[in-house]
Design a protein. Structure first.
Length: 119
């Protein structure tokens, strides 16, 4: 059973930083990509960042480019999201997701971690 467990969320002032972690356990297949999504109250879940597992190529939403950095530790099946220069509009529940090699979509999701940025 694959499980994704996020950690590192919390309350931070605008301009501050947080680092989220997501560890995948029970993975017995090849990971293609792991990513981060977020959902603010009353909005739909949106893409934040993702990294391809084998080559580490990263993609970012325009709203976080230059502020957020996604990275991975293949040996630990863990993906990170370093968030700098946080803004109140970054407030959301952040979810990590895992896409298996050969799958057209993200197959597994974490339970989410709350990030609140105060002004």
């Amino acid at each position: 059973q694959v499980q994704l467990v996020e950690s590192g969320g919390g309350l931070v002032q605008a301009g501050g930083s947080l680092t989220l972690s997501c560890e995948a356990s029970g993975v017995i297949f090849t990971i293609y990509r792991m990513g981060w999504f977020r959902q603010a109250p009353g909005t739909e879940r949106e893409f934040v960042a993702a990294t391809k597992w084998s080559v580490g190529r990263a993609d970012y939403a325009e709203s976080v480019k230059g502020r957020f950095t996604v990275s991975r530790d293949n040996a630990k099946n863990t993906v990170y999201l370093q968030m700098n220069s946080l803004k109140p509009e970054d407030t959301a529940v952040y979810y990590c997701a895992l896409q298996a090699l050969g799958s057209p979509k993200y197959d597994y999701w974490g339970q989410g971690t709350q990030v609140t940025v105060s002004s």
